[in-house]
Design a protein around this ligand. Structure first.
Ligand SMILES: Nc1ncnc2c1ncn2[C@@H]1O[C@H](COP(=O)(O)OP(=O)(O)OP(=O)(O)O)[C@@H](O)[C@H]1O
Ligand SMILES: [Mg+2]
Length: 361
């Protein structure tokens, strides 16, 4: 399947946003931000923005560029953008058209029209893996609508189970592509499945039409307590760095390889706290689940695993995502790059591209 020749080098994609509003940099991050900005300006010019670039998006890219310069072989690593501009070699800025780098491994955001690399597709199929279902910490049922195969679970069957199990409080995630998202549904606990189906249909608008006929295109889940949401970066099957889902944090806020800072409820806007005990429990859990995933899906090597503490503080898996487009939060980007370089992946050539982005399933 995969190309057998080792990659000739790396193609690192950096999105060259204009500069954001630099006044937004917190005082304690100014020094570290200046170091990143110096490298950024060296590669992408002064290109002052109009202040409209999203702060987190920009500093994620700046942190990745700094990590690439620190960790990658300058002779064999090229820096590319999502535009048609040629890629540039780190050592001497020698330019090569991006299409000439098909024999290079890649890391970085995937453009909207680009094919989806196999690792991304494998991560997006997490709801098909028993290791996820075993460790979801909540009833989670992959299902579909208008299915031909009578052995596949239908949405109605899933609702029939999830409503009593969750007291009518559940989530439906559309597993086709990111744009349909996830929907929180609440119905009276005595609602019959066909009636609940109408409620879900209304909430999901067109998603059920798109999902029609596709087994396991939906993931119905009971509502669960989820605190201390934490993103673990896994390279070559091993957790290498992690950080909590704190929306305003970037690698500038990183304190340790497995960052101990948390926001207890992701969307509550509550203060950031340090919690080493939660961190240790979540990392140990992620190590164990990554080993189980490796045994079950050995071809899945690089991904992020979002975990959280559930009821009684038991860790659970929220979801998996591909590594390339995943938000970094306060992770240690250098460790991610170092692990990728050590793994020395094969090129993401045609053999590694299994699906196109618009239709992940
Ligand atoms: N079963 C559940 N019970 C309680 N909360 C949930 C459940 N499923 C998801 N959530 C909440 O919704 C968020 C988004 O869910 P998930 O990560 O699966 O979807 P997503 O499409 O990746 O969304 P996002 O991009 O916002 O992370 C989770 O981070 C969690 O806070
Ligand atoms: Mg998510």
């Amino acid at each position: 399947m995969a190309a057998s020749a080792a990659a000739s080098g790396w193609k690192i994609v950096i999105v060259d946003y204009p500069l954001p509003d630099l006044d937004a940099i917190p005082e304690q991050n100014r020094g570290a931000a200046e170091a990143m900005l110096a490298i950024w300006r060296d590669w992408f010019g002064p290109k002052d923005g109009d202040g409209n670039t999203d702060y987190e998006n920009f500093f994620e890219q700046a942190a990745r560029l700094q990590a690439v310069i620190a960790e990658c072989d300058p002779e064999t690593t090229f820096i590319a953008t999502l535009s048609d501009a040629p890629a540039r070699r780190i050592s001497d800025r020698h330019e090569r058209p991006k299409r000439d780098l098909a024999d290079h491994a890649r890391y970085g955001p995937i453009g909207r029209m680009e094919a989806l690399p196999a690792q991304e597709r494998l991560a997006a199929s997490y709801h098909r893996y028993d290791a996820f279902l075993r460790h979801a910490g909540r009833l989670a049922i992959p299902c579909g609508v208008d299915l031909d195969d009578p052995d596949e679970t239908t949405l109605t069957q899933a609702l029939h189970k999830v409503i009593p199990a969750s007291g009518g409080d559940f989530w439906v995630k559309i597993m086709l592509s990111a744009k349909y998202g996830i929907h929180h549904i609440q119905v009276p606990v005595d609602t019959a499945a066909p009636k609940a189906l109408d409620v879900v249909d209304e909430s999901l608008v067109w998603a059920l039409v798109h999902a029609s006929g596709r087994p396991k295109s939906l993931l119905v889940q009971a509502h669960a307590v989820m605190t201390h949401e934490y993103r673990v970066f896994i390279v070559d099957h091993q957790p290498v760095t992690a950080a909590a889902c704190i929306e305003e944090f970037t690698p500038l806020d990183n304190l340790e390889p497995f960052d101990p800072q948390f926001r207890v409820h992701r969307s509550a806007g509550t203060p950031v706290i340090r919690d080493e005990a939660a961190r240790d429990a979540l990392v140990a859990f992620a190590v164990a689940v990554a080993a189980e995933l490796r045994a079950e899906v050995p071809e899945l090597r690089d991904y992020v695993m979002d975990v959280a503490l559930g009821a009684d503080s038991q860790p659970l898996v929220i979801e998996l995502n591909g590594l390339q487009n995943a938000g970094l939060y306060a992770s240690d980007t250098r460790r991610t790059l170092r692990a990728l370089m050590a793994a020395g992946w094969q090129p993401a050539g045609d053999d590694d591209i299994l699906a196109i982005r618009v239709d992940v399933h």
